[in-house]
Ligand binder design. Structure first.
Ligand SMILES: O=C(O)C1=C[C@@H](OP(=O)(O)O)[C@@H](O)[C@H](O)C1
Ligand SMILES: C=C(OP(=O)(O)O)C(=O)O
Length: 430
């Protein structure tokens, strides 16, 4: 799909889409329990990959109006009768690779061309040390992956600098091992808030994990635990919301309220602080769960450490492109291991819109200025498409391809933007 975007301002109220990260975890934890209801789930390509994988391990999932009723496998996954296809979803691949370690047989997991380029080395290494046979068919740590069950608890360490999803995956699976596991983190843990989201959800499922942060980070996970995840309502997603808030902040005459945004463990709620610090007119009523942004102020440059919140990088890069002065996005190497190498994607596409940008291995330096329209490529990556879309609302006269990628995390993105008055047209047929 291709869209054209003209200069726009946006006005009105919109409901934040449900959180992708919380939905993945709710479904996985429900699948490991007996019976659960997940209310207000995100139904998107990525979360549906987790639903399908859970079904292949033996769970059954009934989809009703704004809820999923999940009949789980009570801690014992079946050997899947086919290959698990995690599609475009890193979270699904990593979580399900660890869950495969609990079966009595062999599981093969794969994904689309993008997912088959993403690293899994630290997860495979730790699974092997925990008694599991785990390898990549191509011997390069990338999917397709083959996992033969047999998980035993043990003391192990894992590199936390590539993806926190390996750690979340082990935190979900190790409570079901016979013995206890101690997981020590080596390297600088990236994306820490996602581990905290996992721990919050595990607690709701009645799972105990002790954390020792006296010397580095160590998770102590007792074995032989039982999952008891029951009734859960998914909160709004701050990563998806970041595009709405940033678009309103960057465009004159805009005034947008995004609803269902309550405080939670999501690291990406920091977008509210980033916008405030850049000079945007933004307020968050935490009791009501409303974030309101009024556009029209000149934004100022910022320095953004992406270590904990990599998914905000495309949004912050676009904000930096219209801000006064030179911004730095730092500590961002792990952003290269996503659906695409997002630093490369931004460094390729934003200059087409007139942005002055310098790319280094783990940073972007962006000097703000006036944007002009161009034909840009969405890289089949939902966050690149959404970030370029809001840049297009400032630049005008912009076209973007591969825009169907928004179905990964925010299928209603264009509908919501258009309902707020954005000038976006589907030009796939032209
Ligand atoms: O656990 C999660 O839900 C996620 C963790 C993050 O990945 P990394 O831990 O690989 O940085 C984030 O980028 C991804 O969108 C979702
Ligand atoms: C990187 C992302 O997700 P995942 O790792 O689950 O593919 C994302 O949503 O930006």
């Amino acid at each position: 799909m291709r869209v054209s975007i003209d200069k726009s301002s946006i006005k009105g109220e919109v409901l934040a889409p449900p959180s992708k990260s919380y939905t993945h975890r709710a479904v996985a934890l429900a699948a490991l329990s007996k019976e659960s209801t997940v209310r207000h789930p995100l139904i998107s390509a990525d979360t549906l990959a987790t639903v399908r994988a859970s079904e292949m391990f033996g769970a059954s999932v009934e989809r009703e109006e704004d809820k999923l009723i999940i009949h789980g496998i009570n801690g014992k996954p079946n050997v899947p009768d086919d290959v698990i296809d995690a599609a475009n979803s890193g979270t699904t691949l990593r979580f399900m690779t660890a869950i495969a370690a609990l079966t009595d047989g062999v599981t093969v997991l794969t994904g689309d061309a993008s997912l088959r380029t993403r690293p899994n080395g630290p997860l495979l290494e730790v699974l092997k040390r925990l008694g599991v046979k785990a390898c990549s068919t191509r011997g390069n740590e990338r999917a397709p992956l083959v996992v033969k069950g047999g998980l035993k608890g043990k003391d192990v360490s894992i590199d936390g600098s590539i993806s926190s999803q390996f750690i979340s995956a082990l935190l979900i699976t190790c409570p079901l091992a016979e013995n206890s596991t101690t997981l020590s983190i080596t390297g600088k843990l990236k994306s820490r808030p996602y581990v905290d989201v996992t721990l919050e959800m595990l607690e709701l499922a009645g799972i105990k994990v002790h954390i020792d942060e006296s010397k580095g980070i160590r998770f102590i996970i007792p074995g032989k635990q039982k999952y008891d995840f029951k009734d859960y309502t998914v909160p709004g997603d701050f990563s998806s919301t970041s595009y709405l808030l940033a678009a309103a902040a960057m465009t004159n005459g805009s005034e947008v309220t995004v609803k269902n945004l309550f405080p939670s463990k999501q690291g990406d709620k920091v977008i509210v602080e980033i916008l405030k610090q850049m000079g945007a007119d933004i307020t968050w009523d935490k009791e009501a769960g409303n974030v309101t942004v009024r556009g029209g102020r000149q934004l100022k440059a910022t320095t953004f450490d992406a270590g904990a919140t990599p998914d905000l990088v495309p949004t912050v890069a676009v904000l930096a492109a219209v801000a006064e002065g030179t911004s730095r996005i730092e500590n961002a190497e792990h952003v290269r291991y996503k659906e695409t190498d997002r630093l490369r994607a931004l460094a390729t596409e934003l200059p087409k819109l007139g942005v002055d940008l310098k790319e280094e291995r783990d940073s972007l330096t962006i000097t703000g200025g006036k944007l002009h329209g161009a034909a840009v490529h969405g890289w089949d990556d939902h966050r690149i498409v959404m970030a370029l879309s809001i840049a297009g609302m400032v630049a005008g006269n912009t076209t973007i391809d591969t825009t169907e990628a928004v179905s990964i995390s925010y299928p209603g993105f264009f509908k919501d933007m258009c309902s707020l008055g954005a000038k976006i047209k589907d030009i796939s047929e032209e």
